[in-house]
Every structure is written in structure tokens, then in C-alpha cells.
Design a protein around this ligand. Structure first.
Ligand code: GDP
Ligand code: MG
Length: 428
């Protein structure tokens, strides 16, 4: 392992910029720049100089020993004055003296994973945390990053190993059928894990919404006031409004934060039969995108439900152009009547959906857990299969354990690492 360095804080001018070095020579590099080695894990002030003795910056310096650092290697953090000139002068000095090489995106975290400081789900949580823009995203990412999923998987794995041990022990004693009490005990254990796995799998789509955003579509007939409503909710003129029917043809998207949840609001072409070809394509798109929506806001006016829409339980039906605010289900993008109430109702619905989220949060988790689930279901079938099928049974259980190991990155991860770290920023 060589020693790497990168700017851990953001680019540009700021009060402080944090430059991080990690690897066997990280502390040597500090010695070269600061002329001394400050005590471990304590911030101290140091003057950083280049080879000719010229001052580069006054910095706060902190050294972490291996096993007590983010990466698990010796780490030096230089808290520089946050000017691009200072940062590049110090980086140039590090490079020219050959003290370290520039890190790849995500390389610090990759080392943390390789040194067992983080499991794979924690790495994913960290990536989500860095990307988090809303409160709900921050909380969810923190939950994953702090190892909630890893701990659950650890418990499941322990129980699984226990079931495997029960079965293995009885094979040693008798080469006939498994004793009934062993079968019953193993069955109970497997069913418990299965239930927990299923609950986690069920929560993934809510977790994905928290990370990637809920989709809310506004539907209605032409001129019902959809674009005006979108603008009122977004607080800006995102869509063109006019009394000419068929003004909106493409799907217009606005990103919003509702009660800490990321929401993509869709304005769509008015739904009607007829219109020119472009409008018809717009209507098709509107219905297509609304098909994926977590929630539909349907504007209903005196012309009734828009054509092609069958009301669902999850829809919010709103009476369009209720300018005076007397109608409790009314909305008016023009006067703003009902907007706050609508935002409250939206928040209530989305928060309820979001609360289904567990600790698993992405497709990789879904795939690994589904495979573990399938293997355990097969094991349960073998258990019920009266004859001596213990070889198959054990194989399915081993398979299930393997899937759980994959989930936390203990085995078979090389292929997916590049994919996961590609999305990391430089310096993390
Ligand atoms: P869309 O075709 O559904 O997107 O409708 P627009 O938002 O473009 O609005 C169509 C026309 O209705 C425009 O002239 C708007 O000014 C008007 N309008 C939209 N919302 C309201 C409302 O809440 N009250 C009233 N009185 N007029 C509205
Ligand atoms: Mg419109």
C-alpha cells in the first residue's frame, strides 16, 4: 500500500480546507512539512514549510495512528487556510517531494473497507450521507452508515450458523433421519430469519424513495390549472401557464423538499381526447410517467374526472379553481387557497410511506436478501421432506449464509466495488 493524499473538504475558497494523507508514510509526510511529529490524536498548530524552508501556511495538524483512523492506516490531516492557493502550494510540495500520490475517488473509503473499518453497507450509507440533501435522506443514510443493516445481518447469520450446527451435530450421531426436535428447532430459527428478511425487503422501496425522491404527478383536463398549481407549490414559475388548452406538452419536473423528503413534482399535458399529434404524445407521456407516481394529484373541475384516469385510493382529488377557499377539497394555484393544506396532506402521506423504510436501502441489498430468502425457503422444504436430505439442506443453508456475507461485503465483492466507489467524490 502506498500513501495517498487528497483534499477532503470542498473546492473553492473557505475558512478551512482539510487535506488528508493516509498510508504507511502519512506521518513521515507530516514530519517533512511541519518539521516535527505532533502527539497523536491531538490538534496542534504547526508551520508548514517547503524544502527551502519557506513558509507554506500556518495549519492545524492532527495525526491518527493505524487502527484508530478512518482508513485503518496511519493518517495525517492538515487543516489549512481554505484558499485555493494555499491548498495547491501544499499539494504541490507533497507531490514534488514524493511524500504521497493523489488518491482516486473513494480510495480512502476503499481502504477503510479493506482494513475492516467499515462493512460494505456502511460504505453505501456513507456515500448516501455525502449525497444527502434533505433531512430524511440524512437520517436514513446515518442509520445505514452506523451499521444498522450489518448488525441485523450479523444476528441472522449467527442464528443460521446455530441451525447449521444443530443439524451437523445430529448427523454425527445418526445417519438416519433428523430427530423431530432438531427439525422443529431448525424450522423455528429459519422461519424467524425469513420473517425478518421479508420485512427488510419490503422496506427497500420506501428507502429508495427517501434516497431518490418520491414522484408526485399532477393530472387533470386542459386548463384545469395544473401548471399554475405546480408553480404555486414550487414557489416559482417553472411551467408556462395560459388559457390556451394544450400549452403544456412535455412533462415538466420540479424538485421540492416536503417535510424533509425529496419530491419530484410532475406537471403534465392536460388529458383530453383529440388535439394534434404533439399533444397526443404529451398525453401519452403524462399517463406513462403518472403510472410510476407514488401519489397523483388529480384536478377535477365541472367537466369531471379527466379522461383515461381511473381514481385510485392513493390519489388526492382536488376541486380546481376554488379561489375563495370555502371548499375543503378545493385548491387554487391562483389565489393560493388550499396550498398549505395540500402541502400538509402531501407531507402526511409521504411521511407515512417513508416510515416503512428499514435499514436496507438499495437494489444490491434487495438482490442479496432475496437470494438468501430463496435459499432458506429451499432449506425449509428439505427440512419438511421426511427422508434423509441433510446434504441438500446443509448446502442451502451454506448458500444463504454466503448471500448474507455478500450483503455486508465479506465475500465476492471485487466485481461490485468499482461500481460502488465510482460514485464517490475525490477525498473520501
Ligand atoms: P393547465 O392547462 O391545467 O396547466 O392550466 P394553467 O395552469 O395553464 O391555467 C389555465 C388557465 O386557468 C390560466 O388562464 C390560468 O390563469 C387559469 N387558472 C389556473 N389556476 C387557476 C385558479 O386556481 N383559479 C382561477 N380562477 N384561474 C386559474
Ligand atoms: Mg399546463
Amino acid at each position: 500500500m502506498d500513501t495517498i493524499y487528497a483534499l477532503a473538504s470542498g473546492q473553492g475558497k473557505a475558512g478551512v480546507a482539510v487535506l488528508r494523507l493516509s498510508g504507511p508514510d502519512a506521518h513521515q509526510a507530516c514530519l517533512a512539512l511541519a518539521g516535527r511529529l505532533p502527539p497523536l490524536r491531538q490538534m496542534s498548530l504547526a508551520t508548514l514549510r517547503d524544502r527551502r524552508g519557506e513558509t507554506l501556511d500556518q495549519a492545524l495538524v492532527v495525526l491518527f495512528p493505524d487502527r484508530q483512523s478512518f482508513t485503518g492506516e496511519p493518517v495525517t490531516e492538515l487543516h489549512l487556510h481554505g484558499s485555493p492557493a494555499v491548498v495547491s502550494a501544499v499539494m504541490r510540495e507533497i507531490a514534488e517531494q514524493g511524500l504521497a500520490r493523489l488518491a482516486e475517488p473513494g480510495e480512502f473509503t476503499r481502504r477503510a473497507l479493506e482494513n475492516g473499518r467499515l462493512d460494505l453497507t456502511e460504505v453505501e450509507g456513507l456515500a448516501d450521507l455525502i449525497q444527502a440533501e434533505t433531512e430524511a435522506q440524512r437520517k436514513q443514510a446515518l442509520k445505514v452508515m452506523s451499521g444498522a443493516l450489518g448488525q441485523k445481518v450479523g444476528h441472522w447469520r449467527e442464528s443460521l450458523v446455530h441451525a447449521m450446527a444443530l443439524i451437523a451435530a445430529s448427523i454425527d450421531f445418526a445417519d438416519e433421519e433428523l430427530p423431530a426436535e432438531i427439525v422443529a428447532a431448525a424450522k423455528r430459527i429459519l422461519e424467524d430469519i425469513l420473517r425478518a428478511l421479508e420485512a427488510e425487503i419490503d422496506g427497500i422501496s420506501a428507502a429508495e424513495r427517501i434516497r431518490d425522491g418520491f414522484l408526485v404527478a399532477i393530472l387533470g383536463r386542459p386548463n384545469a390549472g395544473k401548471s399554475t398549481l405546480l408553480n404555486a407549490l414550487a414557489g416559482r414559475e417553472a411551467a408556462i401557464t395560459s388559457d390556451i388548452a394544450g400549452t403544456t406538452r412535455d412533462v415538466i419536473e420540479v424538485r421540492m423538499d416536503i417535510s424533509g423528503l425529496p419530491v419530484t413534482l410532475l406537471d403534465t399535458a392536460g388529458l383530453r381526447d383529440g388535439g394534434d399529434e404533439i399533444e397526443r404524445i404529451g398525453i401519452e407521456r403524462a399517463l406513462f410517467r403518472a403510472g410510476d407516481a407514488d401519489l397523483r394529484l388529480i384536478l377535477v373541475d365541472e367537466r369531471g374526472m379527466p379522461p383515461g384516469v381511473v381514481a385510485q385510493e392513493s390519489d388526492l382529488l382536488l376541486h380546481a379553481k376554488s379561489d375563495d377557499g370555502k371548499d375543503p377539497d378545493g385548491i387554487s394555484g391562483k389565489t393560493g387557497q388550499g396550498i398549505n393544506r395540500l402541502l400538509e396532506r402531501l407531507a402526511e402521506r409521504l411521511v407515512a410511506q417513508a416510515s416503512q423504510a428499514g435499514s436496507a436501502s438499495n437494489d444490491r441489498h434487495r438482490i442479496a436478501m432475496s437470494r438468501a430468502k430463496t435459499a432458506m425457503e429451499s432449506a425449509l422444504l428439505e427440512l419438511q421432506h421426511g427422508e434423509d436430505r441433510t446434504e441438500f439442506l446443509s448446502e442451502h443453508l451454506r448458500q444463504a449464509a454466503h448471500c448474507l456475507d455478500e450483503l455486508i461485503g465479506k465475500v465476492d465483492v471485487e466485481d461490485m466495488l468499482d461500481d460502488i466507489f465510482r460514485n464517490f467524490c475525490l477525498g473520501k
